[in-house]
Design a protein around this ligand. Structure first.
Ligand code: SAM
Length: 333
């Protein structure tokens, strides 16, 4: 055994990876992810790794299998170092808060719709397992839109999960789950969604989590415009996160679209009742920011127009969590 292999085994023991992740079938699926996917698609597994390693607050029974060993190991190492260094924030905390924020707003939106069928569209669904983990979706049809390669591997991994004796109890909680392979930068994605059974006249929640900033400006705007145009006739809730300019500048090759004032932008596109939160706001902290020196509370104390922190010269990197209605007179409770 090489030193590298020995070290990896030690990490795996510390990480306590599930047996299923070592099965030949799952390993061969993750080999495709590791070797054939690009960084955009890899972001799906990075997100799942975050949910898996923040499992003390997020119950996602399939996140480890969807994430795969390499992404779990890489985030685990970062979190270990953060803890050793007494960092003010531990890696993955943004993702954990973001996930819990979307979960809570999704549940509130479904409640606000009252009885009857509703639809939930996950744009850039990646390895999101809400259809498997949220019982509030029991009356909802969930549409997962992403690249065909991503959805195929996801379906194959979930097939392995539900076939394994240890995980047989895991099942879809949503009323229905429909996977829609599409590139949302193409103009015809909404047609593909409709052909898959999506009905614009039915109450709908659009979940745009961790997706808009990967799109070019024109495409992100077109996606928002298509949602607004297709959803003005019925109760519609948009849930989306937006990077500000300084956040997107973190990696100009990965991130493209940003907006410093999504609460001003969305009404110009036809959305109403826009509510904006930042990480650390009362509805977006979930007890996960206990350090009084945490970055997010510092940012919240500064005006949103400021791009550089005057105290230490660091960029003000913000992630805005935004909910809005696509229906003129709808309020979201
Ligand atoms: C950071 S992941 C977020 C996944 C998911 N929303 C979640 O929260 O778990 C971004 C996802 O968007 C998908 N994506 C990026 N650009 C896309 C596009 N143009 N069309 C469809 N999916 C896209 C990627 O494949 C990836 O699965």
């Amino acid at each position: 055994m090489s030193m590298d292999e020995g070290k990896r085994m030690e990490d795996d023991l510390e990480l306590k990876l599930p047996e299923l992740l070592m099965s030949e079938a799952v390993q061969s699926l993750h080999a495709i992810v590791d070797h054939q996917w690009d960084s955009l698609q890899h972001s799906a597994c990075q997100t799942a790794a975050g949910r898996a390693l923040w499992n003390h607050v997020i119950h996602d029974p399939v996140a480890e299998i969807l994430a795969g060993k390499s992404f779990l190991r890489s985030l685990y190492e970062k979190m270990k170092m953060d803890k050793l260094n007494n960092a003010h924030e531990v890696s993955g905390v943004i993702l954990a808060v973001r996930t819990l924020w979307f979960d809570s707003k999704l549940e509130a939106a479904i409640d606000s719709f009252g009885d009857g069928e509703s639809q939930v569209v996950l744009l850039g669904a990646g390895m999101d397992a809400r259809a498997y983990r949220l019982s509030c979706l029991k009356e909802s049809s969930v549409y997962e839109v992403d690249f065909a390669e991503v959805l195929q591997i996801k379906a194959a991994l979930l097939h392995e999960v539900t076939q394994s004796p240890k995980h047989r109890h895991i099942e879809i909680k949503a009323k229905a789950l429909v996977r829609v392979p599409a590139d949302i930068s193409d103009g015809d994605w909404i047609e593909k969604l409709k052909r898959s059974g999506f009905v614009p006249e039915r109450k709908t929640i659009w979940v745009l989590e961790g997706i808009l900033y990967y799109l070019h400006h024109l495409h992100a705007m077109q996606v928002l415009q298509s949602i607004a145009a297709n959803c003005s006739v019925t109760q519609t809730v948009l849930l989306a996160d937006f990077m500000n300019k300084s956040s997107a500048a973190l990696s100009t090759s990965t991130f493209h679209f940003y907006n410093d004032w999504p609460d001003h932008l969305l009404p110009t596109l036809g959305f109403s009742s826009v509510k904006l939160s930042q990480i650390g706001d009362p509805d977006a902290r979930f007890g996960l920011l206990p350090d009084p020196q945490n970055l997010f509370d510092k940012l919240r104390s500064l005006p949103r127009s400021i791009q550089t922190n005057p105290e230490d010269g660091t960029p003000c990197r913000r992630l805005y969590l935004v909910e809005a209605s696509g229906f003129p007179n709808q309020t979201i409770s």
